[in-house]
Unconditional design. Structure first.
Lengths: 357, 357
């Protein structure tokens, strides 16, 4: 299926994810298509609301490509929301500015879990697959396209809590009190996410990423059972697919620095790291089994160009020589950032890593 | 000065902090005097507002002792706020229900930092010292009294941001862009906190604890410079005092699991651990140089008594044999918890650790 698209002109990301030599360190930015860009805000205003933006392939494609016009990025990432799957399950998602996501029908009981459907990506989530196809066509081989999903645990937190949470007390009550119900829910999510990412691969995604935004809120033992194992099932399912199985897979648990060694053993090609982890130490922990993606503190983008450049240099130096580094922030870019500062970041990564090698 | 108080009848906490043998594992709970207790809510209602509760020694004493009436706790902790020092610096603190703290005059510039006063504990913060003296008298030797302060970095986040924050973008801009100004601010805070904790020791506190609630938001290198080093200065200053220097000191960086080895080298007697860190692994990291305090996920207290008891057993087993464990939650207890569940926790710690030894 991928053969119908033009050849990739910039394969730095793919090579780095496979720990192969590159001419300079590839860079992309989590939430690179986002509110810090005036052109994004314009498209968003035209769409009316965030969900319409996600669900209209032409608009999702438009915002996906916007940062590539400004910056010399080495990847595009599908513009979408992490809650597309629970939305397709019919839980009644609404996203209100400043309030965060809400589900009208949260999942609380064994019966709620039993009744969940596994969405068919090419019907319930067709708009995502259409966006992937359109973006691949429009990208025309410039850079690879990253497809993604939220992790099972991360989706479960929103589905069970019904909204964003600080302590996750409801979903944690489920794992402590009804571990079998929680496991069933996470199993359904693992299957649904594997189907979803497989479909993105078939539609044209060239890298797959799992965002485990809230895994770091779990205890060390609970992380293994309720976040890592379900992600391992996804990786295993993807590896068994003739198309998805050949793509590089990135797993990112925010706040998971203590668990990198464990995470590196579930079969992904790369791990995301946030800024609390030294990449040098992370390399030791994962014994160069996987590539590492990260990990500049997004707050550095508030500083001057000189400081941004020197902070980029620090991250490159922290990773050290050898292949397998994909430069990124340690978390998504925040809305107030000056786009010119992003340009400094991207150019500095290429310039400083080229000099260094 | 301490000689004027009666002898300590329960020294489990002190012994465990010094890594000496105990008959069973001591336990106390962060925020044990708090909103989950109806008697606390009653006193709080009488006080009118939170700051009045903190600033009235009789009321602060009353709520400090309340949890000891219900539970077989091995320590009392001074009831106070972590923002007493910036309040005494005249930054205009207000605490509104549901909103979190706010400072009318945040600290943003070099001139703001220059003009900061170092509060004199026995004048500007006399109400805290009076509370310590009163609590010690009322405790009558039942259990030791823990005095505490927020860490320099944690206080700085509120002082610079002017309120609670999610990304700490203003205070991080200061450390990235104006590191010398940030260091000066943190230096003033280290000195002020050392004076404050020393005064608490002289007033009768028997253990001193530094809460670094937001250290975990820093990058690995920034943590060292802007949170750990300033805490090391506090420990050093306290060690030089004939009274404070003899007391056990606990340092707790929430989210600092990756840095435990470093933190264990600044001279404190014990480190707090949150639930993301395995105590077994933490012991390896700190090589039994220090005692460890923690680390049950507060969300476990929403579960049934049976589950709470088994989760307590898991934490005890995770720590393993030998001295140097102080049982606690990995973060403060949340407002909605059933006090009967806290009783189960406290009793389970004593029973299960006694059986095990």
């Amino acid at each position: 299926m991928n053969t119908s698209y033009p050849n990739l002109q910039n394969d730095r990301l793919i090579r780095a994810l496979r720990r192969q030599d590159v001419d300079c360190t590839p860079v992309w930015i989590m939430r690179q298509a986002g509110r810090y860009l005036p052109e994004y805000r314009a498209t968003r205003a035209r769409a009316g609301d965030f969900l319409t933006l996600c669900k209209t392939p032409e608009l999702a494609c438009e915002v996906t490509l916007q940062p590539l016009e400004r910056f010399d990025l080495d990847a595009a990432i599908l513009f979408s929301d992490i809650l597309t799957i629970p939305d397709a399950m019919g839980l009644g998602l609404s996203l209100n500015e400043g309030e965060g996501p809400r589900f009208a029908r949260p999942v609380r009981t064994a019966a709620d879990v039993e009744s969940l459907i596994r969405p068919d990506p090419e019907s319930n989530l067709r708009y995502v697959m259409d966006a992937v196809r359109l973006i691949r066509r429009e990208l025309n081989g410039r850079v690879p396209l990253i497809g993604f999903s939220g992790s099972p645990w991360t989706l479960a937190t929103y589905m069970v809590e019904g909204q964003s949470s600080r302590d996750f007390s409801i979903v944690k009550s489920m794992i402590y009190q009804e571990p079998l119900v929680a496991r069933q829910l996470l199993g359904i999510l693992s299957e649904s996410i594997a189907l979803y990412l497989r479909a993105q691969a078939h539609a044209g995604a060239q890298v797959l990423m799992v965002f485990d935004t809230w895994g770091g809120a779990l205890g060390h033992a609970e992380y293994r059972h309720f976040s890592l194992d379900p992600m391992a099932q996804i990786v295993e399912a993807l590896r068994a697919d003739p198309v998805a199985g050949t793509l590089p897979i990135i797993v990112f648990t925010k706040g998971g620095g203590q668990w990198l060694s464990r995470i590196s053993q579930i079969g992904s090609d790369a791990l995301g790291c946030d800024w609390t982890t030294s990449l040098r130490k992370a390399r030791r922990l994962v014994q160069d089994r996987v590539a590492l993606q990260g990990n500049l503190d997004p707050a550095v983008l508030n500083a001057t160009p000189e400081k941004i450049r020197s902070a980029v240099g620090d991250v490159l130096e922290d990773y050290g020589p050898g292949p397998g580094h994909i430069f990124n922030l340690g978390h998504g870019i925040t809305p107030g950032i000056d786009p010119d500062h992003v340009k400094v970041l991207v150019d500095s990564v290429h310039e400083l890593s080229r000099t260094a090698s």
